[in-house]
Design a protein around this ligand. Structure first.
Ligand SMILES: [Zn+2]
Length: 155
């Protein structure tokens, strides 16, 4: 991988990481500079209220969108770039630190809506293989809403 490619990947990572929770104007400007499409405000709100908690930083899927643009610029270097792994690494860094407490909290504070959702989707709930986000049943999409990883194997 070329130095230039790595530099851009790292710079985007740092910008996303230092952004306010859910992204801010500075991060938006980075996205715009790459021509990457930000999440809509509605979708951001939905993600902020989802069980995929973040403590800070832009959403992983937005970082992925910037990475895709960087990869387009450097197609040769991008061949050896593990997109899912890098996005997951980013997610691990913006997750709230709670250690074991996380598990108990998730078990006890499950909102009514969440358990209703589980009932409804008992046999069809699927989780993202990369970040573990559940696929929202009420919406149609093929890529994880949270990290952007493909949810279905391509035929
Ligand atoms: Zn995901």
């Amino acid at each position: 991988m070329s130095a230039e490619f790595n530099k851009e990947i790292d710079a985007a990572f740092q910008s996303a990481y230092h952004a306010a929770k859910g992204g801010d104007d500075k991060w938006r400007a980075v996205m715009e500079s790459y021509g990457a499409e930000p999440l809509t405000d509605g979708l951001k709100q939905e993600l902020l209220n989802s069980e995929m908690k973040i403590a800070k930083g832009a959403f992983p899927i937005e970082l992925r969108r910037v990475y895709l643009k960087i990869a387009e610029k450097h197609p040769n270097e991008a061949k050896n770039f593990n997109m899912d792994a890098k996005v997951l690494e980013y997610y691990q860094k913006i997750k709230p630190f709670s250690g074991l407490g996380d598990i108990f909290q998730n078990a006890s504070t499950g909102t009514q809506k969440y358990s209703q959702g589980l009932q409804k989707a008992k046999h069809s709930t699927m989780k993202c293989k990369n970040c573990g986000a559940p696929r929202l049943e009420e919406m149609q999409y093929d890529n994880c809403m949270f990290c952007g990883s493909e949810l279905f194997e391509k035929a």
